[in-house]
Design a protein around this ligand. Structure first.
Ligand SMILES: Nc1ncnc2c1ncn2[C@@H]1O[C@H](COP(=O)(O)OP(=O)(O)OP(=O)(O)O)[C@@H](O)[C@H]1O
Length: 309
């Protein structure tokens, strides 16, 4: 589906709606122009593109850090400013954006998610402590609550910031490359948590270079290259043609013709931007352990409809 095409039928409950967004930095560089996409409540959307394509810029715009030169953003049906005021948006940063030498305990970082719920003096009440405890429990870090944040592993640090978003009770969670430097077990644990949050009706937007994981846990994808090139159901968007357009010659790509035996010859393509490659069958994305018939658009929509009813 290209960016101008109609949104999927299930996209009725609003999650994030970006319309005609243009962002120009102070130095005059326009990092995004006329970018548009929508995602519904109860969804996980991948934000995919080359380095410098504008993914972090999109996050910063949704977080209200960057003014729009043109266009608008709505979150859960409200203007961004209103959604931010209601603490509905949380951001899980890239590791490089954080000063890990800052002396602060794990539980203090998670408590920051409660600041917006506290009074002017930021004195935590029992419900704030309970929310922090629940969030740490959910990401499996309760035992490390008294550790200095700088003493944690890369995967544990990511989970602390996810816990901060949970303590905030954000409806929309933006995750900037949550799998960088994370082992496969931790990645799977984060994916399981994101799936559970989706079932609760929350909206996740996840930037990642880990293309192979996208069809496994992101029901939708936004392909970005200084604008939104395509968005919609991952099964529709994650095609060889679209990815080649978004990445140009940057992706490593191999075709293994007719490697799929049993009389159903198919072209197996492998595209890789990072650690886990994306496997394509006849130019369409596939999901680990699932035959392709279970991953076509119709089945995804049906499964989502059933999940809602
Ligand atoms: N503060 C800034 N001032 C000026 N230009 C910026 C600023 N931040 C980013 N840019 C530029 O905007 C463009 C988009 O950058 P952005 O960080 O959004 O890309 P990205 O897709 O997140 O990249 P990556 O995958 O490397 O994280 C790039 O050309 C970048 O150099």
């Amino acid at each position: 589906m290209n960016a101008q095409a109609a949104a999927p039928a299930t996209a009725q409950v609003p999650g994030i709606a970006v319309r005609d967004l243009t962002i120009t930095y102070r130095n005059g560089l326009t990092a995004l122009h006329n970018a548009s996409f929508t995602t519904p409540a109860g969804s996980i959307t991948a934000l995919v593109g080359v380095n410098g394509a504008g993914k972090s810029t999109m996050f910063k715009a949704i977080m209200g850090f960057l003014p729009a030169a043109h266009g608008r953003i709505e979150v859960m049906g409200k203007p961004v400013r209103e959604a931010l005021r209601q603490k509905q948006i949380a951001y899980v940063p890239q590791s490089e954006e954080v000063d890990w030498n800052f002396p602060v305990l794990v539980e203090d970082v998670v408590m920051m998610g409660r600041y917006g719920h506290m009074g002017f003096l930021r004195i935590p009440r029992s419900q704030d402590h309970q929310a922090v405890e629940r969030a740490l429990q959910r990401v499996g870090l309760l035992e490390l609550r008294k550790r200095q944040i700088g003493e944690l592993s890369g995967g544990q640090k990511k989970r602390v910031f996810l816990a901060r978003a949970l303590a905030q009770d954000a409806k929309v969670i933006l995750l900037d490359e949550p799998f960088t430097g994370v082992d496969v077990k931790t990645e799977d644990a984060i994916i399981d948590l994101l799936r559970a949050l989706k079932e609760e009706g929350r909206v996740m937007l996840v930037s990642t270079h880990n293309l192979g994981s996208v069809p496994e846990f992101c029901d939708r994808t936004v392909l970005i290259k200084h604008t939104v090139q395509a968005y919609g159901l991952t099964a529709d968007v994650f095609t060889h043609e679209n990815l080649a357009r978004a990445f140009g010659g940057v992706l490593r790509h191999f075709d293994l013709p007719q490697a799929h035996g049993g009389g159903n010859a198919a072209t197996v393509g492998i595209m890789s931007d990072d650690e886990r490659p994306l496997i394509l069958l006849d130019g369409r994305s596939s999901v680990r352990g699932q035959p392709r018939s279970e991953w076509d658009t119709e089945s995804v929509l049906q499964a989502q409809e059933q999940g809602r009813s």
